[in-house]
Design a protein around this ligand. Structure first.
Ligand SMILES: Nc1ncnc2c1ncn2[C@@H]1O[C@H](COP(=O)(O)OP(=O)(O)O)[C@@H](O)[C@H]1O
Ligand SMILES: [Mg+2]
Length: 277
């Protein structure tokens, strides 16, 4: 596959029908392998996606987190990070979206929705994406048709598409292996952030963990129990744990990490086993 850093993206299947869109994508920069789209500011705000607007105080925790993530990924010589948690609704997608968005101002980022049973990233970013990663893994669409490059940014979003019951089969397929190889080949600086299914609900996350270099575990204050956390850590192993993110903290962890009248706390802890949760 061609190096996306070269201004010569793969031909998009829509190329004949929509040459203008492809030209825009090519003009948009090195990550524009996929068609380029604009995002709606109000929609992003309503969906709690703040990371593209770095001056928004609600993006600050993610701005602080991104440097630590890059440093730890570099130490692991990794580029694919899964964001996961024990259960639905803990804030995996919230964290993945905001981490990817804030990281994209310093490095090219691909945000991949691998929660094929409960895909939300397309909706969070306001994409009208009936098809995405799942359709690609099913062999229905090529890689480039599963992603959307955000105009004026270094962020490409790969929504999952419509919910799938055959998620486990798709995740375990040979196409999933080549899909991640394609992502890894996108360029030396490219970081891939993967939104995933919950650990304790199905085998899906354990299958997805094969493809990633490290896991960031989102812990929802008051909901993620200590026993569940221990079990989750056991299941993730041997995939390296990059760290944990304490989401929806009731009390501030530090003055720096809480405030803004926003109502969520945040903390980043590289070694969760040392924490009392
Ligand atoms: N810290 C937070 N601040 C504001 N909203 C949040 C926060 N964490 C999660 N949410 C919201 O809670 C809901 C569930 O979060 P989500 O990221 O979809 O969870 P999961 O991916 O773990 O199922 C979403 O509407 C999300 O926007
Ligand atoms: Mg989710």
């Amino acid at each position: 596959m061609p190096d996306p850093l070269m201004p010569d993206p793969l031909p998009h299947p829509m190329a004949d029908k929509d040459q203008a869109a492809l030209t825009d994508a090519q003009a948009a920069g090195p990550t524009a392998l996929c068609p380029s789209i604009d995002l709606d500011h109000d929609h992003l705000q309503a969906q709690a996606v703040f990371g593209l607007e770095l001056r928004d105080p609600r993006a600050q925790p993610f701005v602080m987190l991104r440097t630590q993530i890059l440093r730890r990924l570099a130490r692991l010589k990794g580029k694919v990070l899964a964001v996961t948690s024990t259960h639905p609704q803990n804030g995996k997608s919230f964290a993945a979206a905001n981490i990817a968005a804030s990281l994209s101002s310093i490095q090219p980022v691909w945000l991949v929705d691998l929660d094929l049973r409960r895909p939300v990233l397309g909706g969070r970013f306001g994409l009208q994406a009936e098809q995405g990663v799942a359709a690609h893994l099913a062999g229905d669409i090529p890689f480039e048709a599963a992603g959307y490059h955000v105009n004026g940014t270094n962020l490409t979003i790969m929504p999952a598409g419509a919910p799938r019951d055959d998620a486990t089969d798709l995740l375990a397929s040979a196409r999933a292996t080549s899909f991640f190889q394609t992502l890894r080949d996108l360029g030396p600086d490219t970081v891939i952030i993967v939104d995933t299914p919950p650990i304790l609900e199905s085998d899906d996350l354990l299958i997805a963990a094969r493809y990633v270099d490290a896991v960031l575990l989102v812990i929802e204050e008051g909901r993620t129990g200590k026993r569940e956390l221990t079990e989750a850590l056991r299941l993730i192993s041997p995939t390296p744990l990059l760290g944990t993110l304490l989401n929806k903290a009731v009390r501030p962890l530090s003055r720096k990490s809480y405030g803004y009248g926003y109502g969520y706390g945040y903390g980043y802890h590289p070694r969760p086993e040392e924490r009392q949760v």
